[in-house]
Write a protein of this length. Structure first.
Length: 756
């Protein structure tokens, strides 16, 4: 038998002190195989715990034969049958046949045996937990398990042209592993011994060759069975523009893309998974990349795939994650002057910094786009967070900044921007494109001259949140947020939004932000924020044939603000007679809710002034709280500058739970400017207000008392009105009392008629 060696299993194990009674017995006791042994030894789950193991044994025959005690031993040696003396043991006086070993370590693997002791220092054969040839292990805190020394499981291997890398699962109690490999056609194995890790990479091999591999576990003189496998090394790499392998794609980004001419064509022949593999971003690409409907999967990006695209990318899907380290980022490209078609981005983008001061462009697809984009979509979330202030930030699902045409594009990914506050930014009505408050939207954040959009849609949730706007030192004019395009500078046709938009700009203690020069203006629209940042040659944005069904939730504690909320557009454009900003044949069914203390202009179609023709609204508007100078209507929140207002239909229910300046069916408030319009308009609305002083009118909530003439409707074509005001149903006999909240006034004429 092997000599006993003292060793520690773990802190807290029960150890025997020198010269104990039990050791004295051990030193003189002798085996008498004729004495009855313990019949069986069992693990007792009921008395065991994370630090103790309980045992019971059957020993009726031994007790009847005169056994005076039992010796219970435990060890961590799998060869327990050859151990002279266990790591620790306990003598249990007969007739007791149970014992709990305490002070053990959870997760330790131990083995147990028991014998009967007789007078005259004689003892029986050992009885093992399990059997002598195959003892059961006790995993402290878990229970028993088969302790057979098994072969390594899950042998796997990957390869390159000249190497194979094998991995396998660890084997309990193994001291080391032996890994062997050879060409399948060879007889002799290359042996790598005494490996303490569960992996090995063999190098200097021959390409396109089948290799046999095997591995075994070793402990002392015990060896497990081999686990076997096979693997083939890759062929010698030669780049193929018809890319079907990982190495083709890696080489494309590393060298081929930047060297491509406008005639160079590259295709994906199947999906390629880059999980766990880093790619080198291509500096530029002027060729043609056709994904042929396939995907590049497993992307883990910190920089765009291309710094600049001047060629064509089409029919490609991108999947993975991105944590940008640059201020201009799109998963596909930082900049694109080329053509993008049928590119789908599913990569989630997460950009987080301390503060944003210089221009920062973050998007799902392209940071800055000045080339055409058609039938492209973003499905990945785009999240931007800053721990301090932000300014000069544009965020979009397709492009952050754009001076290009967009056709039939879509976004379904959530778009989120969160920071403590937006930094002070105040200039004239038209400002330089390098000086702007945050612009955030589902498709395009900031549009420049040359931009247009047709047939596009957003269904992703849009969130803009500032948590401590009271920390801003100065005015912020103007934050633009929208479902489709935030800052417009061109036309938008036949586009839709169904995603919910949340604006949450609060003070740290919810107290109103007041004081001179502290406006904190946000303009939000289901389709567009507005063209506040349009270039000097831009006289207006046309929004035609667009619809919104997404809910807009607006919360602001900026008491000095003059924010705008519109189901279609927030602030259409410059409030000047020369502005041509137009909403035409647009429809809103999305609910609008307002809370906080901000002065806000709310419109089912448009928050601010602009030309509005042939538009329909049928939605709910709820104003929980706002500055008492606020106005709201189902078509236009605030109308001025004699902008055209014809053919519009207002329907819906408005609930006002605070005092505001005007609640209108068609127009909330009319500015001190001449206006001659309103023909072809209809209003059939319900108003429920809790503030008695609110001006309510089915045509206009409050008309300016200034000297400029106002004419709405004509005698031949009066505005048709119906509805209910605080429980009073409009009729042919009482409707005149509900035409305008403060109507009639001198020099103001409204032609209205009851009915539809």
């Amino acid at each position: 038998m092997k000599s006993f060696k003292i060793f520690a299993i773990a802190a807290g194990l029960l150890a025997l002190a020198a010269c104990t009674k039990e050791q004295e017995i051990y030193s003189v006791a002798k085996l008498d195989a004729s004495k009855p042994a313990v019949a069986s030894l069992s693990y007792d789950d009921a008395s065991s715990s994370n630090t103790a193991a309980g045992f019971t044994w059957s020993a009726d025959a031994a007790i009847a034969a005169g056994a005076t005690s039992f010796t219970l031993e435990m060890t961590d040696n799998i060869d327990i049958q050859s151990v002279d003396n266990g790591t620790f043991f306990k003598v249990v006086e007969a007739p007791a046949v149970t014992y709990v070993m305490k002070g053990l370590t959870k997760g330790a693997y131990l083995y147990a045996r028991v014998r009967a002791n007789y007078p005259g220092f004689l003892f029986s054969n050992w009885t093992y937990l399990g059997s002598e040839s195959n003892p059961l292990a006790v995993c402290v805190g878990t229970g028993t398990m088969d302790a057979k020394f098994g072969a390594p499981a899950n042998l796997k291997a990957s390869s390159t042209e000249t190497s194979i890398k094998a991995t396998w699962d660890s084997v309990p109690f193994a001291q080391y592993y032996v890994f062997e490999y050879k060409p399948a056609s060879a007889g002799d194995w290359s042996v790598i011994g005494e490996l303490t890790e569960t992996t090995y990479e063999a190098e200097g091999l021959v390409g396109e060759t089948n290799y046999d591999i095997r591995v075994k576990a070793v402990k002392g003189d015990k060896e497990s069975e081999y686990t076997t496998g096979s693997v083939k090394t890759l062929e010698h790499f030669k780049f193929n523009p018809k890319m079907s392998r990982v190495n083709d794609l890696l080489e494309f980004f590393k060298t081929e893309a930047a060297q491509a001419s406008s005639a160079s064509e590259f295709t994906l022949e199947n999906d390629i998974d880059l999980s766990g593999i880093s790619i080198s971003s291509a500096a530029s690409f002027n060729g043609i990349l056709d994904g042929k409907g396939h995907s590049i999967k497993g992307l883990a990006l910190t920089a765009p795939m291309f710094a600049e695209i001047s060629g064509t990318v089409k029919n490609l899907t991108l999947e993975g994650t991105a944590v940008p380290s640059a201020q201009v980022f799109g998963v596909l490209a930082a900049h694109s002057t080329g053509t993008l078609s049928k590119v789908v981005n599913k990569v989630a983008v997460s950009y987080s910094v301390e503060a944003i001061t210089s221009e920062t462009l973050i998007a799902g697809l392209v940071g800055n786009a000045s080339g055409s984009i058609s039938e492209c979509s973003n499905e990945g979330a785009v999240d931007v967070t800053a721990s301090s202030g932000i300014v000069n930030l544009a965020v979009g699902g397709i492009a952050a900044k754009a001076s290009a045409s967009f056709e039939n594009c879509s976004n379904s990914g959530s778009i989120s921007v969160e920071s403590p506050f937006a930094s002070a930014r105040k200039a004239g009505t038209i400002v330089a494109v390098t000086d702007y408050a945050p612009c955030v939207a589902g498709l395009v954040g900031y549009a420049l001259e040359g931009f247009s959009m047709t047939g596009s849609s957003n269904s992703g949730a849009i969130t803009y949140r500032n948590t401590t706007i009271d920390k801003t030192n100065g005015a912020v004019e103007r934050i633009l947020v929208a479902g489709v395009v935030a800052a417009t500078n061109g036309s938008i046709f036949n586009s839709t939004n169904s995603g919910k938009i949340v604006i949450d700009t609060k003070t740290s203690d919810r107290a109103p932000r007041t004081g001179s020069g502290t406006s904190y203006i946000v303009c939000v629209g289901g389709i567009a924020g507005g063209d506040y940042y349009a270039g000097e040659t831009q006289t207006g944005t046309t929004i035609d044939g667009c619809s919104n069904s997404g809910e807009i939730e607006f919360i602001s504690d900026a008491a000095n603000a003059n924010s705008t909320v519109g189901g279609i557009v927030g602030w259409p454009g410059v409030e000047g007679a020369g502005s041509n900003s137009t909403s035409h044949k647009c429809t809103n069914t999305g609910k609008i809710t307002v809370d906080g203390v901000s002065k806000v202009r709310v419109g089912g179609i448009s928050g601010g002034s602009g030309h509005i023709t042939d538009c329909d609204n049928d939605s709910e508007i709820v104003i929980t709280s706002a500055n008492n100078a606020s106005v709201a209507a189902f078509i236009c929140g605030f109308h001025t500058q004699n902008h055209v207002f014809t053919g519009n239909t207002a329907k819906g229910k408005m609930e006002v739970k605070c005092q505001i300046d005007g609640a209108g069916g068609l127009i909330g408030g009319q500015g001190n400017q001449k206006i001659e319009s309103g023909t072809g308009c209809k209003a059939n609305c319900t108003f429920v207000t809790t503030a008695e002083t609110t001006n309510i009118g089915l045509v206009v909530g409050k008309i300016s008392s200034g000297s400029n003439a106002v004419v709405l409707g004509t005698e031949a074509d009066p505005i048709k009105i119906k509805g209910n005001v605080n429980g009073t149903e409009l009729t042919a006999s009482n409707f005149e009392s509900y035409i305008g909240g403060n109507y009639p006034l001198a020099n103001k004429t409204i032609y209205a008629a009851f009915g539809e």
